[in-house]
Design a protein around this ligand. Structure first.
Ligand code: NAD
Length: 246
């Protein structure tokens, strides 16, 4: 492919994926044209305030997400990123996803950093509780689950709006060390993820040769931060996009 992105074998790549990469797998993206997420205002189902007000509604929402994601299969976009990790080496490609589904893992990615949590994990709502987040595919439509250690409520292991994403220090270090920063299928409105590309702009202003690339259906809100924008479906643009020269 003439428009391929050339990578040296020594390059480090940071990939940030958003809801758009899972769209071709049948998982709805964040906001529809009316600003709703699967029929809800995001703040009504995915915020600490929503949890305090109506935990049953929050569990119902995430139980529905668990049920519908269970039959989803990874698409060619997920597979292309797993292939990139294999081609360049897993230590050289940091795959960071805002998605809570497990389609990157299902596509064979050996390392995936879930900055916004994971749909199939549950944890105690008490930060001080000793119970570690655990794998959980249960659907909670009736009685709310309780922590076996301390009796508090169990909550989805999800970073809600207003909460701090997991591992921001690690993420920042990886962005600072990469040669190529790639974002796939993210509208560029959810921060701090949308602000990561600014680190690349800053490094370029300092004379570094790092590059940034956006792949997605339409230009994101933070498109100005990217040197290269490739519009199209992730499952069509990503396969064959990267070539590693040795
Ligand atoms: P977003 O929904 O705000 O934006 C999705 C972007 O993907 C849009 O710009 C859209 O044009 C683009 N897109 C749609 N179809 C595409 C395709 N086939 N190929 C490439 N791009 C495509 O997503 P966001 O920026 O990730 O923010 C959403 C937030 O909601 C995140 O915090 C995330 O945790 C959560 N969320 C996660 C999932 C999931 O786990 N799959 C789904 C919905 C929302």
């Amino acid at each position: 492919m003439s428009n391929a992105i050339q990578l040296a074998a020594s390059d480090r790549v940071f990939v940030l994926t958003g809801a758009g990469i899972s769209a071709e797998s049948g998982i709805a993206t964040f906001r529809d044209a009316g600003g709703l997420w699967e029929g809800h205002r995001p703040e009504d189902v995915a915020s600490p305030q929503a949890w305090a007000r109506d935990p049953a509604l929050v569990w119902r929402f995430y139980s529905e997400r668990r049920a519908s994601a269970a039959s989803a299969l990874p698409n060619a976009g997920h597979v292309a990123l797993a292939d990139l990790q294999e081609a360049l080496g897993v230590d050289s490609v940091f795959l960071c996803t805002q998605n809570v589904d497990s389609l990157h893992e299902q596509a064979g990615s050996p390392q995936v950093f879930h900055m916004h949590g994971e749909l199939y994990k549950t944890r105690c709502e008490r930060p001080a509780c000793t119970l570690a987040p655990f794998e959980d595919r249960e659907l909670y439509f009736g009685e709310l689950p309780r922590c076996p250690e301390c009796g508090a409520r169990l909550r989805p292991h999800i970073v809600w709006f207003g909460e701090e994403p997991f591992g921001m220090r690690r993420i920042t270090r990886e962005v600072q060390a990469c040669d190529l920063f790639v974002t796939v299928g993210s509208s560029g409105v959810v921060y701090p993820a949308a602000g990561l590309v600014r680190e690349i702009l800053y490094r370029r202003q300092q004379g570094e040769s790092c590059r940034s690339l956006y792949v997605g259906l339409e230009a994101p809100a933070n498109a100005g931060g990217f040197q290269d924008v490739r519009l199209g479906k992730a499952g069509e643009v990503l396969p064959g996009l990267f070539t590693v020269t040795r």
